[in-house]
Design a protein around this ligand. Sequence first.
Ligand code: TYD
Ligand code: MG
Length: 452
Amino acid sequence: MAKVKTTFFCQNCGTQYAKWQGQCNACKEWNTIVEEVIQKPEKSDWKSPTSTVKKASVPLRIKDIDVSKEPRLNAFDDEFNRVLGGGIVPGSLTLLGGEPGIGKSTLLLQISLKLPYKTLYVSGEESQKQIKMRAERINPENNHCYILTETKTQNIFKQIEVLEPDIVIIDSIQTLHSDYIESSSGSISQIKECTTELIKFAKETATPVLLIGHITKDGNIAGPKILEHMVDTVLQFEGDRNHVFRILRANKNRFGSTNELGIYEMQGSGLREVTNPSEILISKKDEELSGNAVAATLEGMRPLMIEVQALVSTAVYGTPQRSATGFNAKRLNMLLAVLEKRAGFRLGAKDVFLNITGGITVDDPAIDLAVVAAILSSNEDMALQKDFCFAAEVGLSGEIRPVQRVEQRILEAEKLGFSTIFVSKYNKISLKNSAIKIQMISKIEDLVGFVV
Ligand code: TYD
Ligand code: MG
């Protein structure tokens, strides 16, 4: 009997080894190296030998390649189209990653139900009945969407040859397995092989393929990094599962910018596109409450007004607590130190809690000034004026630093009816006769005069 050929792969980064070892040399992770059976495929192809689909590729001079012939497919979802850079590119492979339960299957099923093209939704995770039940909540009337529950790639391609769909969706890449490789589904060599087959299929037939990928605890797409290198576009679906907002962003995009962002709201009947996020993220209260401040942030290319809430109270225990939701806790500590040193606030014996409303995470430094204003307001127990908003970074010496694309932020604040926006003195602004008052400040002490 022929000896079974095996090799060792790091399950974290995909590096191959001839023998087992405890730590991966490449990514330095421990206990990630696993033995996998490999068998060189005689013919690693998506087509069966009798296939009639044959579109051999020939070299073309670059100027002769016609790009206009292949317009992008409209996904009939403005947020999704925008993140992809204007629609789905024929023949492209898109990977959608996200935590379990965040709504990946819902998003792609919803898109396949909206498309007027023939769509094949392949699920290795749920039965046809389960998918049908979900589809009924979203959009029960669609005659172009086919559901297949299958995990073997060879069987999937057999069905594809019969059906000839315009777009293929795979839920998820970790459940697929190919006959050419003997190791179990979800292992590095299976993921690599299945993705290679799908890429071949997509490029040869110009059919776009959307893949769902699971992510690990630390937020990486489970499986090798190579998977992210192989596909054309990597999308990340994120949000707090206990909140309704979901953010779709592109981490890699061969056909467009990675600055775009899509926002959805999870509802009983699927995901709703949020076209004017700012209006939803700021609560419209009549009462003025202390500890609330609004920041004019940018998420990707979109301006987004976000509400920051702070609570400062006397510490009950010896060590004061500092906690931040949706904001970097280290940055919060830094801002507290700046307030203590530069503005003379004794916050050392106080608990400080900070929350970005809506369950979203912000890493735009322009939120700093709003965080500082919210903390000051809560500390003094005095509400800020409701129609104030902030857009500036705070430096270590208490200086108010300029932020990028400040004019776009000002225009958004003006549109939403804010009366005053606080920005850095060092921002160059050439806006003429705007209705909003632009308050320029240079030091944190300047802010203190306005808010407390
Ligand atoms: P799902 O798409 O199954 O997540 P994933 O594929 O990323 O693991 O989404 C599951 C969650 O979405 C589930 O907790 C229920 C919720 N949901 C709604 O709130 N409304 C809906 O219409 C649907 C279909 C799901
Ligand atoms: Mg799912």
